[in-house]
Design a protein around this ligand. Sequence first.
Ligand SMILES: Cc1cc2nc3c(=O)[nH]c(=O)nc-3n(C[C@H](O)[C@H](O)[C@H](O)COP(=O)(O)O)c2cc1C
Length: 190
Amino acid sequence: MPPRNDAALEFLKTRRSRPAKTLQAPGPSRAELEALLEIAARVPDHGKLEPWRFVVIEGAAMPKLADAAEQASANAGEDAEKTAKARAQFDMGTCAVAVVVSPVPSEKVPEIEQVYSAGAVCLSLVNAALASGWGANWLSGAPSHDRGFVEGALGLAAHESIAGFIHIATETAPAPERPRPDVKAKTTWV
Ligand SMILES: Cc1cc2nc3c(=O)[nH]c(=O)nc-3n(C[C@H](O)[C@H](O)[C@H](O)COP(=O)(O)O)c2cc1C
């Protein structure tokens, strides 16, 4: 039996995201990010298809994406509030990693399982960042579903999609706790 890892259990029991709007520079260096991505890629992956990839957004790319997100939202006919929100995600950010679902044709592994694996990458990246002492938050937002934005500004192919933008930087305020599920009510024992 593998030995009990109390530090890991304590981390998992108490982990919580840090709202992106409370994060500020500095963010991780390229070497630190590379280490986080190595950890994030260590996830269950049916058929070893590796059906995901990363787009790291840093430095001047963040305000450029803010402009593109604003434009995409306006093009989609969204109101001023939604358009400002679309922009804000990248305006307020220091560094973000787009986790891209990049499905691989497979007779054995349905696409939804490949999307689950990309979701696992997102959570692992958040957890790796939190465990390293960074603040981190998994966001999507309207632009992440806008084909013009994801293909034009992030270079996704037609078959790819965004599983999440993982924002990583220094936390500035204590993270608020949020209501947690009543696990007993959500569990059936058979
Ligand atoms: C796929 C996905 C997309 C999300 N997109 C957003 C978002 O666009 N805006 C937002 O405020 N929260 C979003 N969230 C929720 C945040 O990640 C939130 O901080 C998180 O649920 C906090 O949970 P934790 O404290 O257990 O980490 C999203 C969560 C997931 C799983």
